[in-house]
Design a protein around this ligand. Sequence first.
Ligand code: GDP
Length: 533
Amino acid sequence: MNGSLADAVSRRRTFAIISHPDAGKTTLTEKLLLHGGAIQLAGEVKARGDRRRARSDWMKVERERGISVASSVMTYDYGDCTFNLLDTPGHEDFSEDTYRTLTAVDSAVMVLDAAKGIEPQTRKLFEVCRLRDVPIVTFINKLDRESQDPFNLLDEVEQSLALNVTPANWPIGMGRSFRGCWDLFEPALVLVNREGNRQAAGGGGRRIPVSGLDDPAVAEHLTAAEIAELREQLEMVQGLCPPFDREEYLAGALTPVYFGSALNNFGVRELLDGLSGMAPQPRPQATRERTIQPEEDKVTAFVFKIQANMDPKHRDRIAFVRLCSGHFRRGMRLKHVRSGKPMVMHNPLLFLAQDRERAEEAWPGDIIGIPNHGNLHIGDALTDGEELHFTGIPSFAPELLQRVRPDDPMKAKHLGRALTQLAEEGAARAFRTRLGSQWIVGVVGALQFDVLADRIRTEYEIPVRFEPTELYTARWIAGGDPARIKAFIDGNSAAIADDHAEDPVFMARNAWHLERAQTDWPEIEFRATKEQL
Ligand code: GDP
């Protein structure tokens, strides 16, 4: 094992923030970047995003809806650690990208609004994390507003997510009377800073190390009533919450909980220190062939997301690649396992805050962007020659199906090409019916139709319309006996389509139609996702 590799691995923290819209993810992201020195002024994340959006046409949907459709990556250093923060779109109507992004992280920060507790989107994203036992740190935000009782919040996390909770700090007052927090991990009083530049790194909280509640320094800052209340609450915490257990946290069974206020830059430094100290370094990755350890010398990586170039004039795509092992260097030649072809990494990108720069090197846990013309697909492996196939990158049954037509019927062929490319990059499923040669697009979230229409219009210059269909679901047809498959297809040609790779798909009109086919053709498999083929 290589010493500098092991060292780089131990310092990487690759994580995502999961939350419900408006809980404060953007505000917290901004403050995390501020502490990492990646941005100078709070407010810059949004401002920069706006400038970029103003330049890029295909993100019009984002602008109109005021949401972030595309995920991005922000890398920053803090203390001894390099953090890779992967942004997950927070809108309710999100796409597969959100889920896939969570396959590329080693841990997550769950942001809750202290007045609202756990909201639907948080729960949905949490479930995805749980599938992979992703360890979660909780940040309860907006303590400067009237909030729920902290014990109720902890109880809600524990009960509704079935997680053990251990508070890392404890709020003193809330809303207007929010004074700060008591640090439960390293005894200290952290007071809300009411003077000076609160938006400077660490400026939101004034940390006063103390020996305990009886330290005279405590009485200098809190009233007797505040101390009495805090003492009582800390006793209850001790009685009710298990002590922090890192193994349990790493197994995804316990979440440490930080209280704070992102807007006031309060509690953010404690959160970052917590992540540096306890969040996991890059985890081993499963492949069909074997488990890859991050400290292995040879480079391995997988594609978890594809994004069309923000500049619609360029057809390029950027494949977001998570490095799993080895020391990556620019100019390296890696094997693209699916095609069997070598690829030279001429121009890998690193994502620093929201700027990109050419990556000279990268380490396990890092995310690099690889510009390409569509040859990299989601789930693809890059290795230094070994045949490896990553598992655990989810694929989704298309739940919503719509017909897509070009406004100009002469452009049908071009539309086919556009849809094939979009399907290859994993943005949607595209099917062409055998009868009538109509294009049907399948997605997971309804918003994807808008995004696709916008992309087809701007990137391929084909104005299109999406129309509802009567279709219930699409199932890939598989099974042992080609003669039986042919018989099924011939007997049901009105319900057969081909996907972008010419694999046959059964388009069921309703649940009964699907069930009937399954009963009548027991030897045929009707698969919900293509990757299982
Ligand atoms: P996102 O949708 O999760 O990214 O949420 P934002 O970061 O955009 O925050 C949503 C709203 O909550 C914005 O108006 C923020 O200014 C506000 N906000 C975020 N953090 C805090 C906080 O700690 N206290 C208060 N009072 N407001 C906050």
